[in-house]
Design a protein around this ligand. Structure first.
Ligand code: NAP
Length: 302
């Protein structure tokens, strides 16, 4: 039985793992896909203190290496269920199960989809949720980004460096993302703003060939012939497997205070999966360190 099981190998989970290892605990991180989490899809991170600019991929690679060098163990499995057992908790992932005395849930949040007809079948055929991963497919051509938050602004800026034209489609006139990014977007000549517009339909049979946009003020529609659409409309948690252990709010985020403790003794939550007002790398890392420290104290008190 490990001292601490951590679900999720993003910035919160890996930071928690580093803190727990440095406190002498045995740690297993169980991660469903790859280490790094959502920041892997961020082309450029410019608000990590002490580092003016770094790609999300480089940042996560350094973090993963740091955790591995400290002896953090990793299992690449999708956790389907978590339950209390004698002396701790058990995670079930397919036919495998893992046991730990304490549990830190760092499940993050997944890319939200637009919910358009045929969106799912066109994923990988023109529809993408990661500009850094798939942007190169559209180098020199035209593409579109949907959303008005930091992710959409960053994606549009990144794509404008490799594509001829980038259409940024947002359902309102004002951006939700930060002012500095919005200003850069407005100044970039090859980013064409399509504001107060929603995407009504995706066109194309085997692959995306265009979009139908709807003007939310006039109701009029227009066609945009683009082979690529990058959807960056925020994130949603996937915390239901853990609901028996930690309370969820109406949007599905874990309810816990700044101390990252849940209502279940021995269960802690950290990062984007927690109900909070600011979801950033800094707050994920902060949560990870708080949750791990609280978990270590809790274990030492047992
Ligand atoms: P977000 O801030 O929640 O923004 C989501 C955007 O998508 C909003 O503009 C929203 O429109 C729009 N949207 C949501 N649902 C939509 C729908 N069904 N149809 C059309 N538009 C829709 O999400 P995010 O940009 O992914 O950012 C999440 C968090 O990560 C934020 O805290 C952000 O600051 C942070 N982040 C930081 C960096 C960085 O470089 N440090 C990079 C990426 C993200 P409305 O504005 O109208 O609601």
């Amino acid at each position: 039985m490990y001292d601490i099981l951590i679900v999720g190998g993003g910035p919160a989970g890996l930071t928690a793992a580093i803190y727990a290892r440095r406190a002498g605990k045995s740690v297993l991180v169980v991660e469903g896909s790859g280490l790094g989490g959502q920041i892997l899809s961020s082309p450029l991170v410019e608000n990590w203190p002490g580092q003016a600019a770094v790609s999300g991929a480089d940042w996560s690679e350094a973090l993963s290496r740091q955790a591995a060098d400290l002896g953090v163990e990793t299992a690449f499995r999708q956790v389907k269920a978590a339950e209390p057992i004698e002396g701790g908790f058990m995670l079930t992932a397919g036919r495998k199960s893992f046991e730990g005395r304490a549990l830190i849930l760092c499940t993050g949040a997944k890319h939200r989809h637009l919910g358009l007809p045929r969106e799912e079948e066109l994923v990988g055929r023109g529809v993408s949720y990661c500009a850094t991963c798939d942007g190169a497919f559209y180098a020199g051509g035209e593409t579109a980004v949907a959303g008005g938050g930091d992710s959409a602004l960053q994606s549009a800026l990144y794509l404008s460096g490799i594509c001829k034209t980038v259409y940024l489609i947002h359902r309102r006139e004002e951006f939700r993302g930060s002012e500095i990014l919005a200003r850069r977007v407005r100044e970039r000549e090859n980013i064409v703003l399509k504001l107060s517009r929603t995407i009504q339909a995706l066109e194309g049979e085997d692959k995306l060939t265009g979009l139908v946009l709807r003007d939310v003020t006039t109701g009029g529609t227009e066609r945009l012939a683009v082979p690529g659409l990058f959807v960056a409309v925020g994130q949603a948690p996937e915390n239901t497997p853990f609901a028996p252990l930690a309370e969820l709010d109406e949007s599905g985020y874990f309810i816990a205070g700044e101390d990252c403790r849940t209502r279940t003794p021995g269960v802690f939550v950290a990062g984007d999966c927690r109900a909070k007002s600011l979801r950033q790398l800094t707050t994920a890392a902060a949560d990870g360190s708080v949750a791990a420290t609280a978990a270590c104290q809790w274990l030492d008190g047992q």
